[in-house]
Structure formats: C-alpha cells, structure tokens
Design a protein around this ligand. Structure first.
Ligand code: K1U
Ligand code: ZN
Length: 147
C-alpha cells in the first residue's frame, strides 16, 4: 500500500508532466520505474482534468468492450483489446481521501490499462502469440535501426 505524503504528491506532479509532454492520456508509476501504486490520467480535450488514483482497486466489472489501445511503453504499436465495459474502482486521491468511481467507455479502458501496468502487465500480452511475435520483431528491427 502506498501512503499519501509529500513524496507521492511530487511523484504525481512529475508523472502528470511526463504524461502531458508525451502526450498521453494516462501513466502508471511503474512506467517511470517507480514501484508505487500511483496512476495519473486526463481524458479531457483541453488537458484540464487530471485524475489521480492511489492504491486503485477494481471492486466490480460488467460487460465487455473492444477498444484500440496504444501504450507509451510500446510506442507506435496499436491494437484492439477486449476489456470490461464498466467498472467500479476505489482509490485514494492526492489528498489521501478515499473515493469510489463508476467508469465506462474509454475511462474504464484507461483505468484497466493503467492498473495492468501496476501489476507489470502490458496490453500486448492480451494479443495472440502471432501478433506478439510480430510486435517483438518490429521492436527489435527498430532498435537495430537506431543502433
Ligand atoms: O499507459 C499508457 O501507456 C498511456 C496510454 C493510455 C491508454 C491509451 C489508450 C487506451 C488505453 C490506455 C496512452 O496515453 S497512449 C497515447 C494516446 O492514447 C493518446 C495520446 C494523445 C492524444 C490522445 C490519445
Ligand atoms: Zn501503457
């Protein structure tokens, strides 16, 4: 469990900056090599609605939806993943207050994607073995070209 203190609030600020700079709509602490249970997200058009989830826990899931996902940890790779359509999530905000949120659509997709990051899982792991090996080859080719 991550305790909400000034160090975590600084981490939240740094993560939000990294997410906005990328640009992305979400970021998990594990993506910046910090092993704390912290997620930031902003799905608004004008990037004015930062959402912070500390120690997020999915309480319930309902239905399924397909969404073409991207990932800042696997740049340039996009594919469709099937996830729950709606979820109820419990977390702490940056002030350490507990809240419960019912989310659906992209917000639900993004929360599930980011919680997977906290568990060490990347969206490509939901794809077929064939797609995963094509992605690995693409990433290896990219690395060779950059070397
Ligand atoms: O966690 C991450 O890797 C960030 C990822 C979040 C995400 C995107 C789509 C579906 C599920 C989760 C991204 O933000 S990828 C970039 C992206 O989607 C985007 C970037 C700029 C404008 C709009 C979207
Ligand atoms: Zn990601």
């Amino acid at each position: 469990m991550t305790e909400v203190n000034d160090e975590i609030r600084r981490l939240v600020r740094d993560m939000a900056e990294t997410m906005y700079d990328a640009p992305g709509i979400g970021l998990a602490a594990t993506q910046v090599d910090v092993h704390k249970q912290v997620i930031v997200m902003d799905l608004s058009e004008d990037k004015s609605q930062l959402q912070v989830f500390i120690n997020p826990k999915i309480l319930s899931k309902c239905g399924t939806q397909d969404y073409e996902e991207g990932c800042l940890s696997v740049p340039g790779i996009y594919d469709v993943v099937t996830r729950a359509e709606s979820i109820t999530v419990e977390a702490l905000n940056e002030r350490g207050e507990k809240f419960t949120l019912e989310a659906d659509g992209l917000l639900a997709v993004c929360i599930q994607h980011e919680i997977d990051h906290l568990l060490g899982k990347v969206f490509v792991e939901y794809l077929s073995g064939l797609k995963q090996s094509r992605i690995k080859n693409k990433l290896k080719k990219r690395q060779r070209e950059r070397a």
